[in-house]
Write a protein of this length. Structure first.
Lengths: 117, 112
């Protein structure tokens, strides 16, 4: 069963415009939630994480994400996109099954962001 | 402090050969996981190690194996390589399972 869904495969925005990348998860309990960014040929860089507490999380590079339990969502936002933000973005979860401390990440299929000058 | 180091960065192998990839986690991190990334399948989980023990394994054939050493460094091995094993192999380290994971730059394996 698909644990993490990123409904947008590709998004194009103009530089300076706002951005929202969507992520939904299918899991009964509250998972641990993450956003990663990947530039071509590179590894994954952690942007934000959510374990508990305040549902609006501030990350690096001006990104923020909001956890909404009622919608099973963890959308990534940025008020003003820079050309250097062009990359692929992955949403991921760790499912704490029955108190298990396994650290396996379940990834979405990614959203490719293109930024027009 | 130094990040996750994966070696080699690039590798070209012939079908039927075997390959070993190495991962040195961030100092102090004891948990290491491996992922395979391909355009068709996305990011797929291979293994998770903690304190030299494999704690979780993904749905890959037995040709894929791994281990973790006492210094937390990890290796993964793929035997009898197939064309479909061509991928970016990513290693992630974390202090412990269920904490945030930090990824290396990956090893790009091409099987010809």
């Amino acid at each position: 069963a698909q644990s993490v869904t990123q409904p947008d495969i590709h998004i194009t925005v103009s530089e300076g415009a706002s951005l929202e990348l969507r992520c939904n998860y299918s899991y009964g309990a509250t998972p641990y939630l993450f956003w990663y960014v990947q530039s071509p040929g590179q590894g994954l860089q952690l942007l934000l994480k959510y374990f508990s507490g305040d549902t609006l999380v501030q990350g690096i590079k001006g990104f923020e994400a909001e956890f909404k339990r009622s919608q099973s969502s963890y959308n990534l936002r940025k008020p003003s996109v820079h050309w250097s933000d062009a990359a692929e973005y992955f949403c991921a979860v760790i499912r704490a099954d029955r108190g298990s401390t396994l650290g396996r990440l379940y990834f979405g299929r990614g959203t490719q962001l293109t930024v027009w000058p | 402090k130094a990040g996750v180091t994966q070696t080699p960065r690039y590798l070209i192998k012939t079908r039927g050969q075997q390959v070993t990839l190495s991962c040195s986690p961030i100092s102090g991190h004891r948990s290491v996981s491996w992922y395979q990334q391909t355009p068709g399948q996305g990011l797929q989980f291979l293994f998770e190690y903690f304190s030299e023990t494999q704690r979780n394994k993904g749905n890959f054939p037995g040709r894929f194996s791994g281990r973790q050493f006492s210094n937390s460094r990890s290796e993964m091995n793929v035997s009898t390589l197939e064309l479909g094993d061509s991928a970016l192999y990513l290693c992630a380290s974390s202090l412990a399972p269920s904490t945030e994971a930090f990824f290396g730059q990956g090893t790009r394996l091409t099987v010809v």
